[in-house]
Structures are given as C-alpha cells and as structure tokens.
Write a protein of this length. Structure first.
Length: 342
C-alpha cells in the first residue's frame, strides 16, 4: 500500500496527478470510442462534473497524450466494457448500537491488487477534504503494471464524516453517465450527509450498475442501487444494513443476472455477515465485532489465491469519526489510520 497526497487548487492537483502518471510511465488506453458516445458522455460531464474535464486536459498535456483521445478513453471507455463484477466479492455492512453507528467494509478483488492499491489524501481548495482507497484500475495480470494505473477511488471518507463505498451488481447493460469512481469523488468532495449524497446520486446519471453504501457522522446510513435508469434506496431494518454484490431491493433484483445462481458467494457473504451481526446485535456491539466479522468470518474474508482476495478492510466508528484500514502483507496484518484530523 502506498499513500498519495494531493493538495491545492484544482489545476495544481491535476498537475500532481499528471506528474504521478508521467513518473509511472502511464500509457493511454487505445480502446476505440465512437464519436457519438464520446459526445454524449462529454455533455453529461460538462453538466454534472466539469471539473473532471478540466483535470483531464491538464493531465493529457503533462503526459503528452492526445487530448481528445484521452478524454474519450477516460470518460467513455467503461461504456465499451462488459461489467466484470462477476469476480468481485465485496461486503459492506452497518450496525446501529445505542447512539453509535459502526460500519465495516471488505474490498475483495484479484490478488494483483494487493501490490497496486493506494490510499489518497486529497484536499482541493473549496471542496471537502477526503481520503480514499483504490485498486488503481488493476483487474488482471496484464493490467497490474503502474503504466495502467488510474486515479479512481472505490471508497472515500471526507472531513464531514461521510463515507461512501461501492459494490458491484451483475448487470451487463451500461448507460450514459458518470463513471462509478467519479461519482464517489463527486460525493466525497461536495456532500456532508447521507441525505445530500442520496439527493446527488438520484439526480446524476450513472454509467455502470452499482450499489453505493453511504453512512455519516450523525448515524444515518443507506444503500442506493441503480441500473436501467432505475434508482432504488434501501434503509436499515432493525438497525442493520448489509450490501454485497447483488441487487437486494425489490425493483432492481429481477435485473441482476446472479439471481440465477443462488449458490454464488454474494448470497453466502450476505447471510454470513447477518448471522455474525445477530450473534451480538445489542447495545454492546462494538468495533471489535466489526473486526471479527470482516477478518475472521469465512466467505466475508476471502482468500481464493489469484482469483480473489480481501485486499483491504475498513473499520469505521462513524459517530466518533474514527476509521481504520487493515490489509495483509507478507509479514501479516498491517493497520493504517484513515481518520482525518480536525
């Protein structure tokens, strides 16, 4: 795990990202993007997140990329990709205990991501400071090299005490809209509460079917899922909210192809997490229980060789604004304090 710090004006941060890419010999993806798709994506980004366009232009200049081609590949490439969420096996859960809220998150992915994942510490002038974690766009042996890395958070926690993390769904249809990691950035940089984040995510179009788990310092939490232009929000039941890699809500679950495979680990992880939570679902549930579920529960903690492993775990005391990340190294577990200091 490495830490990247980006501080300053939007232009300065874009330059810092560009210099990082240049130092890592970043190459531009050569996927062909049709001009009509690119134009539609460009319109959406201009409306909802124009800062990304300005950022990408600076990065292209620093790295010597063709500007239009780099914009096209950055904003529209995922519309050409098949959703590869079949291999993902992430788990996020939240438990309200008394007046406290505890959230646990395991990010599971290909083993190559263990050597590639980074923590971001981002402070853009005029926006919320946030910390994020990213697998850096590592998704197979061919794309583990730093020349393919991208600034793209799968989890983020901001200075206001807001957490957002994603899990995949098994729907192949893509749509015009913001990419999933850009949505996470937009929420982290502009929202302070679950209510604000939900309002934003309902308004902005998404390009990829995903589930977003959101929690805040006030003890609020929700999951918003989306596909086929449908957005569905789930709230806790009896103080518990769990999200793995399938649509759970009634509106969307019929679109999820994994429903045809009831033995898939997404269902095992969901029920194992629920069972472990219920062993101690009372006012005494605490952060040690979060760790027990994330790190010691079969299926929730994953180690399937090169195919899939738990890359990082985040233990969050939301109402206390305390966050800890745990990840595995050759010498055992390592901890990293994700808290943002006031």
């Amino acid at each position: 795990m490495k830490i990247l710090k980006f501080v300053g004006s939007p232009d300065k941060i874009a330059a810092q990202i560009g210099e990082f890419y240049k130092a890592e010999h970043r190459v531009m993806n050569n996927t062909h993007i049709s001009r009509s798709i690119f134009r539609e994506q460009l319109k959406i980004y201009q409306k909802y997140f124009p800062e990304i366009i300005a950022e990408l232009k600076i990065i292209a200049q620093i790295c010597g990329f063709d500007e239009e081609q780099f914009l096209a590949s950055s904003l529209a490439e995922n519309l050409n990709m098949k959703n590869i969420g079949w291999r993902e096996s992430c788990t996020i859960f939240g438990v309200a205990s008394g007046d406290k809220l505890f959230v646990g998150r395991n990010y599971d992915w290909v083993a190559q991501a263990r050597d590639a994942f980074h923590v971001y510490d981002v402070a853009i002038d005029g926006r919320c400071q946030w910390r994020g974690v990213s697998d850096m766009n590592t998704y197979d042996v061919q794309h583990k090299s730093s020349k393919h890395w991208s600034f793209a958070p799968e989890d983020a926690i901001n200075e206001k005490g807001l957490f957002i993390g994603l899990t995949a769904a098994h729907v192949t249809k893509m749509n015009y809209g913001l990419g999933s990691t850009d949505l996470i950035r937009l929420v982290a940089e502009t929202c302070a509460t679950v209510s604000e984040a939900l309002a934003l995510l309902k308004k902005v179009p998404w390009s990829r079917p995903k589930n977003y788990f959101i929690a805040d310092v006030h003890g609020d939490m929700a999951v918003i899922s989306g596909a086929y232009g449908i957005k569905e929000i789930r709230r806790p039941e009896n103080g518990i909210l769990i999200q793995t890699n399938h649509f759970v809500g009634q509106k969307l679950k019929r679109y999820d192809e994994i429903i045809k495979n009831p033995t898939h680990t997404t269902f095992l992880r969901y029920h194992e997490a629920y069972r472990e939570i219920m062993k101690k679902h009372d006012d005494k549930f605490n952060i040690r229980d979060v760790r027990r579920i994330l790190r010691d529960t079969p299926y929730v903690y994953t180690n399937e060789g090169l195919h899939r492993q738990t890359i990082w775990s985040i233990l969050m005391e939301m109402t206390e604004k305390r966050y800890k990340m745990i990840y595995d190294t050759a010498i055992g577990e390592t901890e990293y304090d994700m808290s943002l200091k006031d």
